[in-house]
Ligand binder design. Structure first.
Ligand SMILES: Nc1ncnc2c1ncn2[C@@H]1O[C@H](COP(=O)(O)OP(=O)(O)O)[C@@H](O)[C@H]1O
Ligand SMILES: [Mg+2]
Length: 264
């Protein structure tokens, strides 16, 4: 049984077709990296997995049931920026994930529930290496630390699926490498299924077990919004392949020249 599957999935905003004819099946434990030109619908797709954007046509299933049309504890998300609340400390930001969930289920948390949530939050904070910064506020953290915090927040409820939207795009290359090590470790230790959008093809190859390229297969110059993007390449990535083989991998995958230019 696939974890997630789509059949002829489409997304429109009014007459604007953003995504069309998406067909895939993803198993638990895969690490899918998504690349494609800016504006082609990658974030929209991630939001459909998160449950904050509904599909327009076709099917999108989680455990063979239509994906819920709201976020749930089984799906965590990290955006490039603004995933954390500026008025809450590191600990507060991680606990809020639990509080949201609890408020939805039962109302406010009290007593032992609260203590349990604090312990859980501290464990998540430790996992991302931020224990020394429990009481700091986001503006007191570096960009890399803020993204560590956003990851801890996303993992608070122990989701099965982690959705990452260019999470390291704003970080310096050295810091980005540390984040790769972190995300790789969390993916393995927590048996996560990850979808990560990136502009960095090298990052896509380094982290992913599978690469998706989003692109349009048809265009109408008179009506640029008439057709949407789809998954034009779906490539398995061997973890053993050194990233210097990138060009060769692209070549073998048959990526179109214009797509390479857009991506590289
Ligand atoms: N809520 C919305 N309403 C209308 N159009 C939207 C909305 N969200 C995204 N779009 C449009 O959908 C297209 C894809 O956007 P997006 O998914 O953000 O692309 P990407 O993440 O690949 O850069 C863009 O043309 C964008 O303007
Ligand atoms: Mg985007």
């Amino acid at each position: 049984m696939s974890l997630l599957a789509a059949k002829r999935l489409e997304k429109h905003y009014g007459n604007h077709v953003v995504l069309e004819n998406l067909n895939f099946s993803v198993e638990s434990g895969e690490f899918v990296t998504l690349v494609g030109a800016s504006g082609c619908g990658k974030t929209t797709f991630l939001k459909m997995l998160l449950g904050t954007e509904a599909s327009s046509r076709g099917s999108l299933t989680l455990d063979e049931k239509p994906i819920p049309n709201e976020p749930g504890p089984d799906r965590g998300v990290v955006f490039q920026k603004y995933s954390v609340f500026p008025h809450l400390t590191v600990q507060g930001n991680v606990m809020i994930a639990d509080e949201f969930h609890r408020a939805k289920l039962l109302g406010k948390s009290f007593g032992s529930d609260k203590r349990h949530a604090i312990e859980k939050a501290r464990a998540r904070i430790e996992e991302v290496g931020l224990s020394h910064a429990l009481r700091k506020y986001p503006h007191e953290l570096s960009g890399g630390m803020q993204q560590r915090l956003a990851i801890a927040q996303a993992l608070m409820m122990r989701p099965r699926i982690l959705l990452l939207d260019e999470p390291f795009g704003a970080l310096d290359p050295g810091i980005r490498q540390d984040m790769h090590v972190l995300i790789n470790r969390l993916w393995q230790e927590q048996h996560l299924t990850i979808f990560m959008i990136t502009h960095d093809l090298k990052e896509a190859f380094e982290l992913g077990t599978r690469l998706w390229v989003f692109d349009k297969t048809r265009q109408d110059p008179q009506a640029p919004e008439a057709y949407g993007a789809t998954i034009t390449y779906d490539l398995p990535i061997s973890r053993d392949r050194p990233s210097t083989d990138l060009q060769e991998a692209l070549y073998q995958g048959g990526l179109k020249t214009h797509t390479q230019e857009t991506l590289l």
